[in-house]
Design a protein around this ligand. Structure first.
Ligand code: GDP
Length: 407
């Protein structure tokens, strides 16, 4: 079975996110024993219909009681693989987690209530997905039952939505008419929605690709410290991606110097190689390691730059001003920097362009900016090597914003 695929469900409030999650869990038999029965009974007692949205409330209660499931990470599985629905989307925390890498979604479902149509958050969330570089997207056109399965209404909202998505340069992989509430086209093909013959939500998810794991990518090993042990100089740090072995020829950046790895050192362990996620040391003959260097594979070198373009989310009540001193953190590199130019200042709720060539970003605003650093920094496009393409900005000791590198 493939590794777990992480995705988020976003969309305007009440457009059916919780209902879809409840449905997915129910239809894939992922609920703890008896949970559904209990939800049904409670609903009956209160004289209301069983709501799939209540599944999440129920899980939340269980969690509070210290039992079973963590709702921040909800799991289910299909024949093909396991899935993790991450985070409670729509919140500011969602952005923060995505940017800082606490949770990285590989795909997204955008929910649109066909009855209500496209709303402010529909647009905002779609836009955020583009900023985060998410390419695998399902638009779930929800509540088909509420519009009497009308193809006309479906086509109308679809046209409007595609025009908007086109304007922000994102193309949904699938656009699926569903009823999350009744489970139409979620796990089972609907026989009520005759005009649609494409995949269900689960079938669509199963076609998505896992992004390469950190281990499968090129070697990136930022040097965090240099130790002198018995006259041996050891460059220590954590491997961000790829693998390294003794005897391998690698490149040290930003010097762009070729060296041969002499030994790979692990704590309390004899080793000749190591891979992503491991904290190790390496040695080489005749080379002076320094903190801040990045050791990379010969092929496919990351970029070394002092200026680059990025999308930044500002998440602090303290205003970000052009040209003020900040610290940029990319992987383990920490380098003084400033925002040299704010090309576009955007209101993340309305998506309205506040200004071009702006002098600041305020709380929750998004900017397309040019960042310049005091020293060369080793970076990559976010879409290529996520670990080197994501950064946070520190102002007055606080992580106040974050972003992704475009070029
Ligand atoms: P969220 O705020 O996006 O999580 O939305 P919920 O999942 O809480 O759904 C909001 C309301 O819409 C609830 O009363 C749901 O039962 C209802 N709802 C969600 N999906 C459907 C659907 O496909 N059909 C109908 N008729 N109602 C739905």
């Amino acid at each position: 079975m493939d590794k777990k695929l992480k995705f988020v469900i976003t969309g305007h409030v009440d457009h059916g996110k919780s209902t879809l999650i409840g449905r997915l869990l129910f239809d894939t038999n992922s609920l703890p024993d008896g949970a559904m029965e209990e939800i049904r009974k409670t609903a009956e007692m209160l004289g209301r219909k069983t709501e799939f949205a209540h599944i999440l409330d129920h899980l939340e209660e269980e969690r509070e009681k210290g039992i079973t499931i963590d709702t921040a990470q909800t799991f289910f599985k299909t024949k093909k693989r396991e899935y993790v629905i991450i985070d409670a989307p729509g919140h500011k925390e969602f952005l923060k987690n995505m940017i800082t890498g606490a949770s990285q979604a590989e795909a997204a479902i955008l929910m649109v209530d066909l009855n209500e149509g496209i709303m402010e958050q529909t647009k905002r969330h779609a836009y955020i997905l583009t900023l985060l570089g998410i390419k695998q997207l399902i638009v779930a056109m929800n509540k088909m039952d509420l519009i009497n399965y009308s193809q006309e209404r479906f086509e109308q909202v679809k046209k409007e939505l595609l025009a908007f998505l086109d304007s922000i340069k994102i193309k949904p992989t699938y656009l699926i008419p569903i009823s999350a509430f009744l489970g139409e086209n979620v796990a089972k093909k609907s026989d009520k929605i005759k005009f649609y013959s494409g995949p269900t939500i689960l079938e669509a998810l199963d076609t998505f690709e896992k992004t390469k794991s950190a281990e499968e990518k090129q070697l990136i090993f930022p040097v965090q410290d240099v130790y002198d042990v018995d006259g041996k100089k050891i460059a220590a740090g954590r491997i961000e991606s790829g693998k390294v072995s003794a005897g391998e020829n690698v490149i040290v950046l930003p010097e762009n110097k070729a060296i041969t790895v002499k030994t790979v050192e692990k704590f309390l362990e004899n080793a000749t190689s190591a891979s992503a996620g491991e904290s190790i040391g390496i040695t080489a003959d005749d080379f002076k390691f320094e903190r801040g260097q990045v050791i990379a594979a010969k092929e496919d070198l990351p970029t070394v730059a002092k200026t680059f373009r990025a999308n930044v989310f500002w998440m602090s009540p303290n205003i970000l001003k052009k040209d003020e001193n900040l610290i940029l953190k990319v992987a383990t590199q920490e380098i003084p920097c400033k925002i040299e130019k704010i090309e576009r200042r955007i209101n993340s709720s309305s998506l309205e362009l506040i200004g071009e060539n702006a002098d600041r970003l305020e709380n929750t605003e998004v900017g397309q900016v040019i960042i310049s650093t005091e020293k060369p920094v080793v970076i990559e496009n976010f879409n290529e090597v996520e670990e080197m393409g994501r950064f946070v900005l520190v102002k007055d000791m606080d992580i106040s914003g974050g972003g992704i590198i475009i070029k």
